[in-house]
Ligand binder design. Structure first.
Ligand code: PGA
Length: 244
């Protein structure tokens, strides 16, 4: 880890309710005691929990993020959608965009590009997810795929200072598998060369067993954590182990 602080981003996906938020008390207490400036914690709950979680996190150093948003710049007749202004207004600072689970539902690079541009205009910071499928990895297309996702997704965005990139191999998400440390190092190096100045995180099955391997990869700026972030104890243990 080369940075001032390490990111730990909790992506709760389509899990959690008001009761679940109580489990965050442990995390809030833990963070208060933890070495300041060492970590940047961001919780991305489903949109139903953005407002109550914002209230809970108000006097803490933990930040709030949304998991996706509509591409539009204005309000409108879009049933079931929320825009980046609404996310900002509820107190969130971040939004995850380009997650493979949404790409699988049909989101393409140009749609993601529009979402990123409008979210930046709204004053949000972006957690931009990229990653290759197993098939693409087998065909040795990883760098080509990432390169495309970056150039299309970040098209006409000059200032990248509010963009954090999360490298998430699709085959690693929720599978318990991760790439070799040397592979992650190589890919992160490649991404940082393409998007100078951005922080680059790793995501995909980060857990208490593999964090020892992952923390040794010097150019990784932190982690985007799905499954293991839904359990406060596991999440805290991962953070502790990163610094042990
Ligand atoms: P996972 O999810 O940690 O459960 O693999 C990561 C993600 O999809 O962001």
């Amino acid at each position: 880890m080369t940075n001032k602080y390490t990111y730990f981003i909790a992506n709760w996906k389509m899990f959690g309710n008001l009761k679940t938020l109580n489990s965050l008390n442990n995390v809030i207490t833990f963070v208060k005691k933890f070495k300041k400036n060492k970590i940047k914690l961001i919780y991305c709950p489903p949109s139903t929990l953005l407002s109550p979680l914002n209230n809970k996190l108000k006097s803490t150093s933990i930040d709030l993020g949304a998991q996706n948003c509509h591409q539009g710049d204005s309000y409108g007749a879009n049933t079931g959608q929320i825009n980046s202004h609404m996310i900002k207004a509820v107190g969130a600072k971040y939004v995850i965009l380009g997650h493979s689970e949404n790409r699988e539902l049909g989101e393409n690079d140009s749609l993601i590009n529009l979402k990123i541009k409008n979210s930046i205009k709204s004053g949000l910071k972006i957690i931009f997810c990229i990653g290759e499928s197993l098939n693409q990895k087998r065909k040795k297309q990883t760098k080509k795929v990432l390169s495309n996702q970056i150039s299309q997704g970040l098209k006409k965005i000059r200032n990248k200072k509010n963009i954090i990139i999360a490298y998430e191999p699709i085959w690693a998400i929720g599978s318990g598998l991760i790439p070799k440390g040397t592979e992650i190092f190589e890919i992160i190096k490649f991404i940082k060369k393409k998007v100078r100045g951005s922080k680059v995180l790793y995501g995909g099955s980060v857990n208490i067993k593999n964090i020892n391997t992952l923390k040794k990869i010097h150019n990784v700026d932190g982690f985007l954590i799905g499954g293991a972030s839904q359990n406060s104890k596991k999440f805290i243990d991962i953070i502790k182990k990163t610094f042990n």
